[in-house]
Structures are given as C-alpha cells and as structure tokens.
Design a binder for this molecule. Structure first.
Ligand SMILES: NC(=O)c1ccc[n+]([C@@H]2O[C@H](COP(=O)([O-])OP(=O)(O)OC[C@H]3O[C@@H](n4cnc5c(N)ncnc54)[C@H](OP(=O)(O)O)[C@@H]3O)[C@@H](O)[C@H]2O)c1
Length: 243
C-alpha cells in the first residue's frame, strides 16, 4: 500500500472514527469520510477529512460514490443499543458486507474492520461471554461480516478490541491471534492507530486479531511493528548537489 492511497473511513463521525481522522490528519493519504448525515460534513472536514461522502450502508444509498477510487476502507461503524434490541438487520453485519462488496467491486485493495472480542466464539474469555449475553445479535452480525471479509479478494485486517474507552492513545497494547481469549479494555485512540496502520503493516495482512491494553496479557501478544502512513514531514530529504 502506498502512502498516496485514498482511504475511506466508514463510521467517521463515531468515537473510533473521529480518532481515525485525527491520526490521519496531516498524513499523506487522501481521506474520505462516510456519514449518513450531510449535517456532519463540516465537522468531519474540520477533523481532517479531505472529502465527505453521504451514504447509508444498510439502505445501500450513496455507496458507489463513497467507494469510487478508494484503495483502503477502514470500517468503524456500529449500532446503538436501541438497534441491538429492536432491529433485525445491523450495520455491523449486512451494512458492512454491502460496503465490502461495493469496495471490492470498485477495486479497493484493503479492508480493515473494527469488530469485537467474543465474535466468532473462539477462545471464549469471560468478557467475550458477557458481550455475547447482552449483544448476541450484534456479535452474530459481526461474525457474518468477518467471514465475508476473510473470503473476499482483498487484503484484510479484522481487529477485535475489548471494552472501548475514551482514554488517551498509549501505543502500548496487546495484540494477539483471534483465539487467544484476551479480556479487558482498550482506548479507541489505540484501536484507531492500529486500524490506520494495518494496511501499511505487512504482519497485519490477512489477520484477525484481539486487542486489549491489559498489562498482564502482554506476554500473549504478537510482536508487530505497526507502521503508520507517512506524514509529509517524515519525507526523506533529497540532497541537491552543489554545482
Ligand atoms: N463499546 C464497546 O465497548 C465496544 C467494544 C468492542 C467493539 N466495539 C465496536 O467498535 C465499533 C466502533 O464503536 P464506537 O463506539 O467507536 O462507534 P460509534 O461512536 O457508535 O459510531 C458508530 C458510527 O457508525 C455509523 N453508522 C451507523 N449506522 C450506519 C449506517 N447504516 N451507514 C453508515 N454508517 C453508519 C455512524 O455514523 P453516522 O451517524 O455519521 O452515519 C456512527 O458514527 C462498533 O462496531 C462497536 O460495536 C465496541
């Protein structure tokens, strides 16, 4: 993936999505933010989005324009608690799969999904079972989207964070294979950093990874050298020879 990529951030107005925009702000990639609400466009631009696409992944409106020319999709969409209790279709499942299909058809090379601990049932930590008890339909929907992403012809990274907090970015989290059974919390800012870095980090390709910041789980973590896309100030200076 080149630093000049165009990145679509789905769920950009959400709590993780805003952290993604902050991390991408001032870096080389072109950033397009997706929202259902035109009224959020100015705020998303103020957070660093170069462009805003208006569309609804469940209604499948605005999708073609959202994915046109996109190299990377970072998906941090999610449902509300009300949705979890009342809806039958979820943006976490059907919506994410519609985005995946549109992005793959448009030639996107990489797709990163923010999923959740407990999805898929592997490992089965105590925290994962608590998640399942309360938001089982959402977890099932995420599992279907994960499966579609793993089967799609795109480079993917699926991150399964523990309970999300609005704490600061620490760059010090444990990332482990999907069946490790991690539990604990992790800040959205730390998850956002991994999501932005995943398409630029070789060891993150085609992986489903659990993420927490629990210090006692550190020894279970993988050693991955996460690489954020370049900021212009990090460009290697070209030396001009004196005549
Ligand atoms: N809460 C936790 O402890 C926890 C733990 C692990 C994983 N997660 C998962 O992490 C993800 C991010 O959570 P978060 O709390 O950071 O997000 P959030 O603040 O709830 O934001 C979710 C975003 O999804 C977008 N969205 C919802 N329905 C959509 C649709 N039909 N079409 C397009 N966009 C849609 C919304 O954008 P617009 O309103 O602008 O359209 C919203 O900004 C979610 O998938 C969540 O399930 C959460």
């Amino acid at each position: 993936m080149t630093n000049g990529a165009t990145i679509l951030v789905a769920g950009a107005s959400g709590e993780t999505g805003r952290e993604i925009l902050r991390i991408l702000d001032g870096r080389d990639p072109q950033v397009r933010a997706l929202t259902r609400a035109e009224s959020k466009a100015d705020r998303l631009r103020a957070l660093g989005a170069d462009e805003v696409a208006v569309g609804d992944l469940l209604a499948e409106t605005g999708l073609d324009a959202a994915v046109e020319g996109v190299d990377v999709v970072l998906s941090a969409v999610g449902s509300t608690v009300t949705d979890a209790l009342a809806a039958t279709e979820f943006v976490d499942g059907a919506g994410t799969m519609a985005l995946l299909e549109a992005a793959a058809d448009a030639g996107a090379e990489a797709f990163v999904m923010e999923s959740a601990l407990g999805v898929g049932g592997e490992g089965g930590s105590a925290l994962a079972r608590v998640f399942d008890a309360f938001i089982g339909p959402l977890q099932d929907a995420k599992a279907r989207a994960e499966a579609a992403i793993r089967e799609a012809d795109v480079r993917h990274t699926i991150l399964r964070p523990g309970v999300l907090t609005n704490g600061r970015r620490t760059d010090d989290v444990t990332v482990a294979p999907a069946d490790t059974g991690l539990w604990g919390t992790v800040s959205r800012a730390d998850v956002a950093r991994l999501m932005v870095a995943a398409p630029f980090t070789g060891a993150a390709a085609h992986r489903t990874l659990e993420v927490v910041s629990t210090p006692s789980h550190r020894e279970l973590g993988l050693a991955i050298d996460w690489q954020l896309p370049r900021a212009p100030s990090e460009t290697i200076p070209v030396e001009v020879a004196d005549d």
